[in-house]
Ligand binder design. Structure first.
Ligand SMILES: N[C@@H](CCC(=O)N[C@@H](CS)C(=O)NCC(=O)O)C(=O)O
Length: 217
């Protein structure tokens, strides 16, 4: 199994964490690509994924791209029923929250983090306050939904961690970073759930390096 990944990417982190969680990581040939240096723009990557994006997994003849379906594939292949339940209702919940995080929650979070963490870390210009404000307004709308969902639950589907948490929680390290401006103090269930995720072995093994801006201090 070949895994093309990047250490800063929440999309990659969620897949690598699943590989650790399922005990598959040792059998993986991992290619850590420097996206800023364009290492993903290669013929090898184009063959593995015509989008030339990470995460990408190659398992024999299967070329897997798009993080969320990749995670479900890995779980089903490993028979990880508790981590990725296959009954009809659970599958609906998993797919619903995955679709929601891509379209709403993590999109809003990403808009803010791009300005507050990514741009300063990679010398990409000054943060745009108007974009931060718009992103935060969006974030608050969806964070309230997640905060309610996590009321009385340790994880999104219930008491046990599932693949759903790895998908929705993928940018946890950035959201928790003080530089992010994400108002987690107003969403205490979300903050506690992020901390819970961070303490899982598979999650802590895949923590991104500290943002360059902080490392330079
Ligand atoms: N929807 C894709 C997103 C993939 C993606 O955008 N990956 C980024 C890193 S997070 C990437 O490869 N960027 C390099 C580029 O677009 O050139 C997924 O879920 O895997």
């Amino acid at each position: 199994m070949k895994f093309y990944t990047n250490d800063f990417s929440p999309n990659c982190r969620r897949v690598e964490a699943v590989l650790y969680h399922l005990g598959l990581h040792d059998g993986v040939e991992t290619h850590r690509l420097n996206l800023a240096a364009g290492e993903h723009m290669s013929d090898e990557m184009r063959t593995a994924n015509p989008n030339m994006k990470v995460p990408t997994l190659v398992i024999a003849d299967m070329k897997l791209w798009e993080a969320n379906p990749m995670m479900i594939y890995l779980c089903d292949r490993a028979g990880a029923e508790a981590f990725c339940p296959s009954d009809l209702n659970s599958r609906f919940e998993i797919l619903r929250w995955m679709s929601w995080e891509v379209q709403h929650y993590n999109r809003a979070l990403g808009e803010v983090i791009w300005e507050t963490i990514v741009k300063p870390s990679f010398d990409m210009g000054e943060p745009d306050q108007a974009k931060i404000d718009a992103g935060l307004e969006n974030y608050r709308r969806f964070a309230a939904v997640l905060n309610d969902r996590l009321s009385g639950r340790n994880y999104i589907l219930g008491d046990k961690v599932t693949v759903t948490d790895f998908a929705v929680g993928a940018p946890s390290a950035f959201a928790l970073h003080p530089q992010s401006q994400i108002p987690l103090q107003d969403y205490p269930n979300v903050e506690a759930w992020y901390q819970r995720l961070e303490s899982l072995p598979a999650w802590s093994k895949t923590a991104p390096p500290r943002p360059a801006a902080e490392a330079a201090e």
